[in-house]
Design a binder for this molecule. Structure first.
Ligand SMILES: Nc1ncnc2c1ncn2[C@@H]1O[C@H](COP(=O)(O)OP(=O)(O)OP(=O)(O)O)[C@@H](O)[C@H]1O
Ligand SMILES: [Zn+2]
Length: 480
């Protein structure tokens, strides 16, 4: 099988995937901070991680994928300024942090399911690893950390090439990091945050440095090490993590491995660091902090099947910015409908052997595309070309499509054209009423009574039903 080539953000190069443990692939993905609903930009990060995981499985590696749930430690600023995002939301909602975490974790999992993202081997919850975090911190504290009033800080000058991942070692780059009193260098970061004297936090634990809570970066280093072992194969996250979170994780991992050097990528904790680019809106990056944001549920309420959003993500390369627009989502939905319809039309039959010469060019194109740093947009065209092959055994075609869909995860054998027609929440008219009006319109047209036919069409338009005469997919109407 073709070698899998992946872009490593650490070396800024395309590299051939070569597993640490023969036949295995171990992947760690930074999970959500469960203080709010995920927006569809956040979910792009998990669609990407899912595609990576599916590709590794398809290549035959035994995959161990970990996604964490951050329920403590992520501050409102990715560096050390601000409040804990979880504490802040809990105070706003007058609920306990545990309730907040549970509610938004469930909401996130609902989106994961709706987007057909596979379950990882484990969802590791940060607060389940406090003991291990303390052990990790203790093991590096003497050589790499110093204590000041607000916490235990990591001294970034104690490891080689700090910030290599971000390439932000200039004064300029560090200028955006807020200074905290007592820090030796602007880029130093808290690995343990002390509860200020006289205060009580909802989430706090005893430590050699006083009562407090772990830093966000420490959590991911520890869960990665505990669950996958250093070095593991691939670490993923959104591109914003390339600037602060991951350079800090890398610095801790270098310290933990004992040598502090970054000459070999594996000393960073993972061989390959991968980052998806942002989903943006015309106004800029989609973000929770900006208040209003798009949730998957809103797309569904407007009548878009969640897999149309998955399709939209896959049409772009994960390393490119993707601009969200409703027109773009509509186009992705139409494309998905067309594919699903062709799959539905395939006669039922036993699944055959996909290695039939007629499909060889499409399967090769698909394999080349996915192996070329996960080029999903070309892979989809290979799937469409395979669907268009005529005069071929249905079972063989079925096998080819199933093989490709196992990687793309569009759930082509699990959804129907009907499933893709979701009623917008605002729609009040029932399907029976629409069918009735359409039947009357058909009768009028049969009698060449075009005035009545046009009037019925206008009435339907007014109540939000678009009549689709001559639609190539055979759809007679849709709700707008
Ligand atoms: N607009 C976006 N497009 C793609 N990925 C994103 C976007 N915004 C955040 N991410 C990624 O989503 C994942 C989850 O992030 P997390 O739950 O920590 O959100 P957050 O940083 O609080 O969100 P926000 O940045 O919107 O305030 C991370 O991998 C992050 O890099
Ligand atoms: Zn992380």
């Amino acid at each position: 099988m073709t070698d899998l080539k992946l872009f490593n953000s650490l070396t800024r190069q395309i590299e051939t995937f070569s597993p640490v443990h023969a036949g295995e692939a171990r992947v760690y993905t930074c999970g959500p901070t469960v203080y709010n609903y995920p927006h569809i930009g956040n979910m792009r990060a998990y669609v990407f991680a899912d595609i990576l995981g599916r590709t590794l499985s398809w290549k035959g590696y035994k995959l161990t994928h970990i996604i964490n749930i951050t329920d403590v430690g992520h501050l409102t600023d990715d560096a050390d300024a601000g409040e804990d995002k979880m504490e802040k939301m809990a105070a706003e909602k007058a609920q306990s942090i545990w309730e907040i975490a549970q509610h938004y974790t469930k909401a996130y999992w609902a989106d994961v399911k709706a987007l057909n993202i596979r379950q990882p081997a484990k969802w590791s919850v940060a607060t389940d690893y406090i003991e291990e975090m303390l052990e990790f911190a203790k093991s590096i504290a003497d050589k790499h950390c110093y204590e000041c009033e607000t916490g235990l800080y990591f001294d970034t000058s104690t490891v080689a090439d700090y910030g290599k991942l971000a390439r932000a070692v200039t004064e300029d780059g560090e200028g955006r990091i807020d200074t905290v009193e007592g820090k030796r260098h602007a880029a130093d970061f808290a690995i343990w945050r002390k509860t200020p004297p006289g205060e009580k936090r909802q989430m706090e634990w005893d430590s050699p440095w006083g009562k407090g809570a772990p830093g966000w970066h420490l959590e991911c280093s520890v869960m990665g090490e505990k669950l996958l072992g250093f070095p593991f194969d691939i670490h993923t996250g959104g591109i914003d993590h390339r600037e602060i979170h991951h350079p800090n994780e890398i610095a801790q991992n270098q310290a933990f491995c004992g040598c502090g050097s970054l000459d070999v990528a594996s000393h960073s904790g993972a061989n390959i660091w991968m980052h998806n680019n942002f989903l943006i809106e015309r106004s800029g990056k989609m973000s929770k902090s900006s208040g209003e944001f798009l949730r998957l549920q809103l797309l569904i309420d407007k009548g878009y099947h969640p897999l149309a959003y998955r399709m939209m993500c896959l049409q772009a390369h994960y390393r490119s910015e993707l601009e969200f627009s409703w027109e773009g989502l509509e186009a992705a939905l139409v494309r998905l409908k067309r594919i699903v319809m062709m799959v539905e039309r395939m006669p039922d039959s036993e699944t055959g052997d996909p290695s039939h010469p007629k499909f060889a060019p499409m399967r090769a194109k698909f394999a080349d595309a996915m192996s070329d740093d996960l080029n999903t947009s070309i892979a989809i065209t290979a799937l469409e070309e395979a669907l268009a092959v005529k005069k071929v055994d249905a079972g063989v075609k079925r096998a080819v499509i199933a093989e490709m869909d196992a990687v793309l995860g569009l759930n082509l054998f699990g959804i129907t054209r009907h499933d893709l027609r979701i009623r917008p929440k605002s729609a009040t008219i029932t399907e029976a009423e629409i069918e009735d009006a359409l039947a009357r319109r058909k009768a009028a047209r049969a009698e060449k009574d075009f005035a009545t036919s046009d009037a019925l069409r206008d009435e339907l338009t007014e109540i939000g039903v678009e009549v689709m005469d001559g639609d190539p997919l055979g759809w007679e109407w849709k709700l707008t």
